[in-house]
Design a protein around this ligand. Structure first.
Ligand SMILES: Nc1nc2nc(S)n(CCO)c2c(=O)[nH]1
Length: 161
């Protein structure tokens, strides 16, 4: 029988009813087959990261338990983004909802479809802060440091309210 995996997702929104989109994404995750949200971080207001001038984001992290393999989880996440009017027009631009798989068990994967752990996980305050709320002592595969160590070691913690 399929084994149960633990995965951590980063959620972000910076258009319209940002908190409403986060809540809708959580509901959608909880109604995804063989998947349950098991922990939620607080919601943080964060400065936009990256080259494009845009609204502040609301960011959070969630822990899920799933029977799906990583690629199938990614397909479900894409379905959820589409369902919440996620337009993948401008890369790095404003978006109604963004769901990123940050960690999936102890997987290290690098395909064109999926990179695990998330390649930006150690650089992004808007990821590490909420993740530290729910998984401070999880060691990031390949980096071999815990989430809280990465968060504390991040010099520019700014941008997270
Ligand atoms: N603060 C912040 N900046 C961001 N830039 C991008 S792109 N994104 C989307 C996630 O990759 C974000 C985000 O979620 N939060």
């Amino acid at each position: 029988e399929r084994k149960r995996s633990t995965s951590y997702l980063g959620l972000g929104s910076n258009i319209d009813d940002r908190e409403g989109f986060l809540k809708k994404a959580l509901e959608a995750l909880n109604t995804t087959k063989n998947t349950k949200v098991s922990r939620c971080s607080s919601i943080y207001e964060t400065d936009p990261y990256g080259p494009i001038e845009q609204n502040n984001f609301l960011n959070m992290a969630v822990q899920i338990e799933t029977l799906l393999p990583p690629e199938a989880l990614l397909d479900e996440i894409r379905r959820i983004e589409q369902g919440l009017m996620r337009k993948r027009d401008v890369h790095w631009g404003p978006r109604t909802i963004d769901l990123d798989i940050l960690l999936f068990d102890h997987y290290k994967i690098n395909t064109e479809k999926l990179s695990l752990p998330h390649p930006e996980i150690k650089r992004r305050a808007f990821v590490l802060k909420p993740l530290a709320d729910i998984a401070p002592h999880v060691v990031v595969p390949g980096i071999n440091r815990s989430v809280i160590e990465l968060w504390q070691g991040l010099n520019d913690k700014e941008g997270v309210r």
